[in-house]
Design a protein around this ligand. Sequence first.
Ligand SMILES: O=C(O)c1ccccc1NCC(=O)[C@H](O)[C@H](O)COP(=O)(O)O
Length: 203
Amino acid sequence: MRVKMCGMQTLAAARAAEAAGADYIGFIFAQGSRRYAAPETAHEIAREMQRVKKVGVFVDAPMAEVNRIADAVGLDYVQLHGHETAEMARMAERPVIKAYRYGDDFDAEAANVYPAEIILVDSYVKGAAGGTGLAFHWQEAAREIARVTKPVLIAGGITAANVREAVETFHPFGIDVSGGLEEDGVKSKAKITAFMEAVCALR
Ligand SMILES: O=C(O)c1ccccc1NCC(=O)[C@H](O)[C@H](O)COP(=O)(O)O
């Protein structure tokens, strides 16, 4: 079970995520997010990482900008978290993680033919692209999400307290977490460690 820890803004948080055993860390390049990371900052953090894969999160950004930032930062994946078309995804120069919001644009058939390596299913909250800290209706969604034939990351409101239920409900490729690692809106080393302990207890 893979773990993606998203919304990294400091070297300390990224080091804690890597040391705890995260498989992916994410940087938010969506202007307006409180978790926005400037590409220069993300690059400084990324170059210190040894093993963890670096993901850049974009919302309806021009693909030229996505590719430019991916090069500048040294990203391993780009996460398209808006309403990007398949044509846009084909222009990506990195493997794509395509995010859908359950209750908005999620559609298993569309996800299966979208040119992405990994599908991420997040919560839908009107007016927010992601990082809401809210879970969607897992029991209702499970059968539909099971029809996705690609690796699936489940996101939205996951914490150390409910990650077992998420895994037992979806049996996903992996879990994506951001707010569940924060204390007063800032990534917490203690919460990062506690989250991975909860995941390791499932393995
Ligand atoms: O985190 C953000 O601020 C954000 C803003 C705009 C688009 C995407 C964003 N986050 C993407 C992620 O992959 C988050 O980890 C995911 O939405 C789950 O967040 P949370 O519910 O806080 O665990």
